[in-house]
Write a protein that binds this ligand. Structure first.
Ligand code: AMP
Ligand code: MG
Length: 320
């Protein structure tokens, strides 16, 4: 029987009973548990096979709850929260003492966001506790943007995926930390840098690939298909190098179907980066299940969400 259901009351009952529920957000599906239940939080790490040092994002129902989660709110953090929540922006701020260490990986900061999805906002508003919810995929696998993706990963591990349809934005939130009260982007994501800068001025981007990252989404290898994947600016050149192989192409706006490839997915025929982001992970899931020898992925334009998508593609690809 399918674990996918629209029954919010059932989700409330499971979460109240310290169990996990996969929840829809506008970025990707999250694997959610009560932040104050050690049992639920341990189960998130175990189910995902995620290392314990990787902190989790706390999801709250409205900006008013922020004061219960953090101990200080820098002026620009408040401006960003008021402007972009509910939305695809996570703020990393000094934690309130009530937030368990297991949520923050022992750090004195906590990541928090108000997701922009009606179903999950309703769920959060009916629960007496916030939800910790990392992406609902095994560690390092492709993030889920449809309930079916989560079901495929975790049908034997969790009791319920709360059905909220396909994720509108389709890539993870943009993570913003603060150093000396100034915002710094720790992870590129579904809210474009340009949109953030329009509100608070120039921000530093520290989206590096480090061995010991400030943010788990910064690990070099992440979001990966099982199939050998190459990222390129020149699809034709790459196709010619792999002529006798079963090739899948993930293209931005152009068709390569007459070039002897097995299959292709075009992210946005009208070159819309928002549309491309929303389709990205579903396309990678689909290509990864076709028994291809290689997936050739086209690099996207380097502006707005194109930078966030390219960041994910670099981590998904074998050659960087
Ligand atoms: P995921 O929900 O799987 O995309 O992963 C959660 C993200 O939140 C990771 O990329 C973490 O880096 C980030 N995060 C959570 N807490 C913190 C924190 N205290 N400092 C920096 N990043 C954090
Ligand atoms: Mg993740």
């Amino acid at each position: 029987m399918s674990i996918i259901s629209k029954d919010i009351q059932k989700a409330i009952a499971l979460l109240t009973n310290e169990e996990l529920v996969a929840i829809p957000t506008e970025t990707v599906y999250g694997l959610a548990g009560n932040i104050f239940s050690e049992k639920a939080i341990k189960s998130i790490f175990e189910t995902k096979k995620r290392p314990f040092f990787n902190p989790l994002i706390v999801h709250i129902s409205s900006v008013d709850i922020l004061k219960n989660i953090v101990s200080e709110v820098p002026k620009k953090a408040q401006i960003l929260a008021d402007k972009f929540w509910p939305g695809s922006m996570t703020l990393v701020l000094k934690k309130d003492k009530s937030i368990p260490d297991i949520i923050t990986g022992g750090k004195d900061t906590v990541a928090v966001r108000v997701p922009n999805h009606a179903v999950t906002l309703e769920l959060l508003s009916k629960l007496p506790f916030p939800l910790a919810a990392p992406s609902a995929n095994p560690f390092n696998n492709i993030s889920p943007t449809k309930p079916e993706h989560v079901e495929r990963y975790f049908k034997n591990d969790i009791k319920m995926v709360l059905d909220g349809g396909s994720c509108k934005n389709g890539i993870e939130s943009t993570i913003i930390g603060f150093e000396n009260e100034e915002p710094i982007i720790y992870r590129l994501g579904a809210l474009a840098v340009e949109d953030i800068e329009a509100v608070v001025g120039k921000v530093l981007v520290k989206n590096k690939k480090e061995e010991n990252p400030d943010a788990p989404g910064m690990l070099a290898k992440h979001y990966s298909p099982q199939t050998f994947t190459v990222l390129t600016t020149n699809i034709l050149d790459e196709i010619s190098k792999h002529q006798h192989k079963k090739i899948g192409v993930l293209a931005f706006n152009t068709s390569y179907k007459n070039e002897g490839i097995s299959t292709e997915i075009i992210l946005s025929k009208i070159s819309n980066l928002q549309e491309a982001a929303s389709k990205l992970y579903d396309a990678l899931h689909e290509l990864d299940h076709l028994n291809l020898d290689i997936i050739i992925v086209e690099k996207l334009p380097e502006n707005g969400l194109g930078n966030s998508i390219n960041d994910r593609l670099k981590r998904a690809a074998f050659h960087q």
